[in-house]
Design a binder for this molecule. Structure first.
Ligand code: FAD
Length: 284
């Protein structure tokens, strides 16, 4: 299998640097082919701007989306963008590895997404009508590939529990896992988060590698997060709201993950409704 690791840490001797080396060794030892986009080492340009199109329309007002589309269609994207897109197309699985900085990814990695996720590549793909709102959220150019986050955090795991001060980790990572990975089609595996990094010594690092190693060994068998596909019937189109009969009375990020008992529950509801109807007709 081909694995792309997109890695964002400025210091090779950091915990993240060691984790990245461990990931590469473990996967290669298992026979996989690994490419690493080491964004700081590559001096990745993080700001999206007119220079991202090698052949911009002279004098025209810069429109980030349209310029991205034109460059993608005309084959005039900046070479670094093209190279990263080719790596994404090559990969069977993509790992985004980073320290949690201000409850999100480091700016250099966000800049990688902004520039590599071009119009026509990651968005603006597929039929866009009143019944099909583009190939996205479960469909798209990257469908069939897997993705996983490997994140380090200074905070304790309890700080990220459902009642923790920082908010639930699944909510904090939702914009990345749902908005950036599921959007262009990836199957998103549960994240691997390493907490309380300030307390990591040699013994704790061995445990970190042991647990992460198990995740890497099961990359191809782990069940993805059950995000609901946009065009599979769970959403009203074009409003793009979850159908009223699903996750009734609930709101928030969690409603976009389907519940394992949901089909049984909705089947039960239909059966109850049918029997109520029959009862009403019999007593009429
Ligand atoms: P390092 O600092 O390199 O290492 C951490 C520990 O691991 C050190 O004790 C080091 O000695 C040890 N270590 C490193 N390599 C090894 C090795 N090979 N073997 C054994 N031990 C090793 N945290 C949050 O929870 N939420 C936030 O929102 C948040 N925002 C931040 C914003 C910024 C700008 C910054 C700088 C930090 C923030 N943090 C936050 C903390 C941050 O997430 C952690 O500092 C980071 O995850 C640690 O990763 P590192 O690779 O930089 O660790």
């Amino acid at each position: 299998m081909n694995v792309l690791v997109v890695y964002a840490h400025p210091e090779p001797r950091s915990l993240n640097g060691s984790i990245k080396n461990f990931i590469v060794q473990r996967l290669e030892h298992a026979g996989h082919t690994v490419q690493v986009s080491d964004l700081y080492a590559m001096q990745w340009k993080s700001a999206l701007d007119p220079q991202d199109n090698r052949s911009p329309t002279l004098g025209a007002r810069f429109d980030p989306s349209l310029d991205s589309q034109q460059a993608f269609v005309n084959g005039t994207q900046s070479i670094d963008i093209e190279q990263e897109q080719n790596k994404l197309l090559w990969a069977d699985t993509v790992i985004l590895q980073f320290p949690l900085w201000w409850y999100s990814m480091p700016a250099i990695l966000k800049g990688w997404v902004d520039r590599v996720y071009a119009y026509g590549f990651a968005y603006g793909v597929g039929e866009h009508s009143d019944t099909h709102w583009g190939d996205r959220f479960g469909e798209g150019l990257l469908a069939g590939k897997r993705a996983m986050l490997v994140v380090t955090a200074g905070g304790w795991s309890s700080h990220y529990e459902p009642r923790g001060i920082n908010g639930p980790i699944n909510d904090i990572l939702f914009p990345i896992q749902h908005g950036i990975l599921f959007y262009p089609g990836f199957d998103v595996l549960p994240p691997h988060v390493i907490y309380r990094t300030g307390k990591i010594d040699a013994a704790a690092f061995a445990k970190v590698c042991d647990e992460l190693g198990q995740r890497l060994d099961t990359l191809w068998t782990t069940a993805p997060i059950a995000f609901r596909k946009q065009n599979a019937g769970d959403y009203c189109i074009p409003q793009l709201t979850l159908r009223p009969e699903l996750a009734q009375g609930e709101a928030g990020f969690g409603i976009h993950v389907s519940h394992p008992d949901e089909n049984k529950l909705s089947q039960h509801r239909v059966t109850v409704e049918q029997s109520d109807l029959m009862h009403a007709e019999q007593t009429r």
